[in-house]
Design a protein around this ligand. Structure first.
Ligand SMILES: [Ca+2]
Length: 352
């Protein structure tokens, strides 16, 4: 079956989705010399996104909802970049911007780590958690359904409704996922896949020389999740530090799109059009969380290795470190990425 017939058989007639699909896969076909075709994708993939919105979380949500390969069933919030109430408010704001027709379920999760005090990242994500972006929440227009219970209740409940079909994309500290495992381990084993943005395996951390933010905030939760035996794909700084927006990309590719999403990218990343720099005079903005969504869309974007990874939960210099060790509990760690192809995917999905 050729690609257009495949599309017509499996997808709605939304012309924008169709256009962005072919823009991305034009790149995909040339990259893989035809070895990977759309027929290899089992899509749309049902996903739950657990996040701590967060600028790059917001960009990850835009990418996910704009990708016909994914069907986002729910968005759950966890304490992380900013406090939980703000995270939950930001989830609602970003969904008002995206206006998803399927009105996903949303739920609040943990308001603190399993152990230790919360650590926030206001300096990077701004007071609101969305940089300088301002999104109005319109009361008469609701683009989500609020689940009455907590995130750690909703996640296994949905997994049980769709056994071996759901992919969980976790792009915040792993507190909600660890609590869900403690609440319903059997239900969680019915997850098809867990894609986690977190850790620094063979590179330096971004909070300390050894630890990445999501893991540093709640190492105990990360340890519980890593040792759960779930089918985990880890998207660590090793790869997320290789994908970024640059001033050139903003000026030449994002701004000309001239739509609500391109405007959001510019404001949320706190890009200064005069100096042509991001925050603190930086020349790049890393797309950490969007890459986790990218990996859920297309695993061929990354190179992986099966590794046993230990999380250091002991106080001290190595707190939150994710280290390769000998062992049988393996996870798929992404160690290299096709940055250019991912960036093209991300940019193509901003235009819808
Ligand atoms: Ca995040």
């Amino acid at each position: 079956m050729d690609a257009p017939s495949f599309w017509q058989k499996n997808h709605s007639s939304n012309p924008v989705d169709k256009q962005t699909y072919f823009e991305y896969h034009t790149v995909d076909f040339s990259r893989t010399l035809g070895l990977v075709t759309p027929m290899n994708y089992e899509w749309p993939k049902k996903v739950i996104i657990d996040c701590d919105v967060g600028v790059d979380d917001a960009l990850a949500l835009i990418l996910a909802f704009h990708s016909p390969e994914l069907d986002v069933e729910a968005v759950t919030g966890v304490n992380g970049n900013v406090p939980l109430d703000l995270v939950f408010e930001n989830i609602q704001k970003v969904l008002c911007l995206i206006q998803p027709k399927n009105k996903p379920l949303i739920a609040k999760g943990a308001d603190r780590p399993l152990k230790g005090e919360p650590v926030y990242a206001y300096s990077f994500h701004g007071k609101s958690g969305l940089g300088k972006a301002r999104i109005e929440k319109k009361k008469h227009e609701e683009w989500y359904r609020i689940f009455s219970g907590r995130a750690d209740e909703l996640i296994p409940k949905l997994v049980r409704q769709h056994p071996n079909e759901l992919t969980l994309i976790a792009v915040g500290p792993l507190t909600n996922v660890a609590l869900a495992l403690q609440r319903d381990l059997e239900g969680m084993t019915m997850l098809k896949e867990v894609v986690i943005m977190g850790g620094a395996v063979r590179v330096k951390g971004n909070v300390t020389p050894y630890a990445e933010f999501n893991i540093f905030v709640d190492p105990l939760a990360a340890k519980i999740v890593f040792e759960s035996g779930l089918p985990i794909t880890l998207v660590p700084l090793d790869v997320t530090h290789q994908v970024c927006l640059t001033p050139k990309v903003i000026e030449e590719r994002v701004k000309p799109l001239n739509n609500l999403f391109s405007q959001f990218v510019v404001e949320a990343t706190q890009y200064n059009s005069t100096t042509q720099r991001f925050l603190e005079n930086s020349e790049m903005f890393h797309l950490h969380d969007p890459l986790a969504v990218g990996v859920a869309i297309d695993q061929d974007l990354v190179g992986m290795k099966r590794l046993s990874i230990d999380v250091n939960t002991r106080e001290g210099d190595y707190y939150g470190q994710t280290k390769e060790v000998e062992g049988n509990l393996k996870i798929n760690a992404c160690l290299n990425v096709n940055s250019k192809t991912f960036l093209e995917l991300f940019l193509s999905r901003l235009s819808s």
